[in-house]
Structures are given as structure tokens and as C-alpha cells.
Design a binder for this molecule. Structure first.
Ligand SMILES: [Zn+2]
Ligand SMILES: [Zn+2]
Length: 156
């Protein structure tokens, strides 16, 4: 049977990539009830409950560029009743504490200066830059970054 996902944003059904299928399977077996990844149709972040196979109702938020090396996904704030968190739609990373997300942004902009344009500092804290924010060749440059070796979805 071919797995289809209904996008929480555009409402269309799409077939997840092999990588996304793996992510869905892993999340399901770990008992996770909410994950996000990119819609194959509209390319926005789609929200998905691996236990029910459906999008959870009503999820939107502030969006940061993901501070994980090799990832050019977007991190959204998700108000989930079991506890809100920040999650990336591409690599699946999650942060329960915003301070830890901000620390990773600090680290990545120090390592890769082109990433700095994706954020702005407001009263000493990182916020998403006003769009459009990606420097030319952003995706190519990010794709060439070395792997940071972290395998856990939950990063802080
Ligand atoms: Zn969509
Ligand atoms: Zn990511």
C-alpha cells in the first residue's frame, strides 16, 4: 500500500519521500504524536500525527531557519497540547526549550557566517530576519556543510 499524507496547509494528498517515510515510521514507533516535514505539493511545513496518520488541528507559528548543519528547513513554534515545542520541517529536529534553539543559532552563525542573514538580533535575542532572508546559493552552501554528527531528533 502506498502511504499518502494529507497536507495540513494546502489540504492536498502527497506521497512522502523515502526519507520522510522513515521519519514517520520512526516517530510512530517512538510514540510521537506530532511531527512536521515538507509537503511534496506546496513545499510548506505540514503537520502530521504519526499515530493517527492525519494532521492535528490548527497549528501555525513563528518560523526560523533551521540551525542544524546541512539543513535548510524551517523551524516553527508548535502549540501542542502535550507541551509546545520548536520543530524543523526538514530534518525533524525538535527543541522544547527556546533557549537551546537560540544557542544553536549562535553556534551555527559563528561557524557559517552566510547563515547570519537568516536571523536578526532584537534586544540580544535571535529572531527570524525579515524575508526574503536567504543569501544567494544558500541551499547549495548549506548542503555542503559537514554533518554535526547528532542523530537525535530532540536537541534541547
Ligand atoms: Zn501542502
Ligand atoms: Zn532542520
Amino acid at each position: 500500500m502506498v502511504l499518502k499524507v494529507k497536507c495540513s496547509e494546502c489540504g492536498k494528498d502527497f506521497t512522502p519521500t523515502d526519507e520522510q517515510k522513515k521519519f514517520i515510521e520512526e516517530s510512530k514507533s517512538r510514540g510521537m504524536e506530532l511531527i512536521i516535514f515538507e509537503c511534496g505539493s506546496c513545499h510548506r511545513s505540514t503537520f502530521y500525527n504519526p499515530q493517527t496518520g492525519r494532521p492535528p488541528p490548527d497549528m501555525k507559528g513563528v518560523v526560523y531557519r533551521c540551525p542544524v548543519s546541512q539543513c535548510s528547513g524551517k523551524v516553527s513554534y508548535i502549540k501542542y497540547e502535550e507541551g509546545p515545542f520548536w520543530g524543523c520541517d526538514e530534518c525533524g529536529s525538535m527543541w522544547y526549550d527556546k533557549e537551546n534553539l537560540l544557542k544553536e543559532i549562535d553556534a551555527i552563525v559563528n561557524r557559517f557566517t552566510y547563515r547570519r542573514k537568516c536571523y536578526k538580533k532584537v534586544r540580544g535575542k535571535w529572531e527570524p530576519a525579515d524575508s526574503p532572508v536567504e543569501p544567494d546559493d544558500y541551499y547549495e552552501m548549506v548542503a555542503e556543510e559537514p554533518d554535526d554528527g547528532t542523530k537525535d531528533f530532540v536537541r534541547g
